[in-house]
Design a protein around this ligand. Structure first.
Ligand SMILES: [Mn+2]
Length: 362
């Protein structure tokens, strides 16, 4: 029997007249004639798949209602680009989306006023998210915010199951990858609902397509950033800090943090890089009760924005210019505050790697 990832009840005896979340979502949307879906900047597979799933839900349950999916920033990581190249996701730049009194804005995988968007101009009527970073929900008529879940795609999969919407292989693949990309790394942040959704989606997904999304070709800049991050990695007790320098795409900072948290001598990993007029940071915590989101918020307090969960967090600091005289003091302050938060003595720092021999090409 299929377990419903939304309620986690297999064919429950409570099925009588229970109003499920997707019913309330659809009721909230029914007075509107058009829908625009927005997410955070540089959308990841979870937000892209959630948008695609909502489009399928609305097109099935409120037929004829136009649904516009928008993109803010860039789709950068090779896996994410592969996903949107192989699964047609009709995205328009968010600044071209027009909204009137008959249009509802749905925000997925983010909340208003959390510093995760370029503009707050499109105020949502509906917010569907799993982040702990609370936003300003003024004027929101339907919200489904469950921060114990690993992915927004899990919620959207639940809606599709509740409404018995046909999920074609490409959509199942997108939702599966949306959940998987948020929950596969270690430390893992997923709930039984995420696992239930993965189990439901797997037989419906196109596994060849999934394999191609998971393993895209990588540009030369990817390896250059890894080289930089290894050369400039410093150990402070059980924390590793990697200064990646200028990066060619913003998502690689999270990949570097995921890479270093696997080092067997650390419980914490911070990756920092410069991208597009700002500093991007990713923090990982390997241990139990890591509080990564809370710690990064403290570290960036007054400097920028941060958000995330206990084990995985990200943040951004805007810079007025790229002069080392501007950048270096900020980086020093970030390191100082993080060491302070983790009660680590600054003098313990040492390079992860020293030298290494360059061999002549044979
Ligand atoms: Mn997400």
């Amino acid at each position: 029997m299929v377990t419903d990832p939304e309620t986690h009840e297999p064919g429950s005896q409570f099925e009588i007249v229970r109003s499920v979340r997707s019913d309330r979502l659809l009721t909230a949307l029914s007075p509107f004639h058009r829908l625009v879906v927005v997410s955070h900047i540089n959308p990841d597979p979870d937000s892209l798949a959630s948008m695609l799933g909502l489009k399928a839900l609305i097109e099935s349950c409120q037929q004829g209602k136009p649904v516009t999916l928008t993109v803010d920033g860039m789709i950068a990581r090779a896996e994410n680009r592969a996903m949107v190249e192989m699964i047609p996701i009709p995205l328009v730049p968010v600044e071209t989306a027009s909204v009137d009194a008959e249009t509802a804005v749905i925000m997925v995988d983010s909340q208003p006023y959390t510093g995760r968007r370029f503009s707050e101009e499109l105020a949502p009527q509906v917010v569907i998210d799993h982040h702990e970073t609370g936003g300003d929900l003024n004027g929101v008529i339907f919200q489904d915010i469950r921060d114990h879940l690993g992915a927004t795609s899990t919620m959207v999969t639940g809606y599709l199951i509740e409404q018995k919407v046909l999920v074609p292989p490409e959509l199942a693949t997108a939702l599966l990858y949306g959940i998987e990309s948020e929950t596969t790394g270690y430390p893992r942040e997923a709930s039984t609902l995420d696992d239930g959704a993965l189990v439901w989606l797997f037989p419906r997904a196109n596994k060849d397509l999934l394999a191609r999304i998971r393993n895209p070709k990588l540009p030369q800049s990817h390896f250059a950033t890894f080289q930089n991050s290894l050369i400039n990695a410093f150990l402070y007790r059980d924390l590793i800090v990697s200064w990646c320098g200028e990066v060619s795409q913003p998502d690689i900072i999270a990949e570097i943090a995921d890479f270093f948290i696997r080092f067997d001598q650390v419980n914490w990993a911070l990756a920092v890089g410069l991208f597009d007029g700002g500093i991007k940071l990713s923090l990982r915590a390997a241990g139990l009760g890591g509080r990564a989101g809370e710690i990064l918020r403290q570290v960036l307090s007054g400097l920028g924005n941060a958000g995330g969960h206990d084990k995985r967090a990200g943040g951004m600091i805007a810079l007025s210019d790229r002069d080392p005289a501007t950048v270096d003091p900020v980086l020093r302050l970030v390191r100082h505050r993080l060491l302070d938060q983790l009660h680590i003595d600054e003098h313990q720092g040492r390079r992860l790697l020293n030298g290494g021999s360059v061999i002549q090409a044979p």
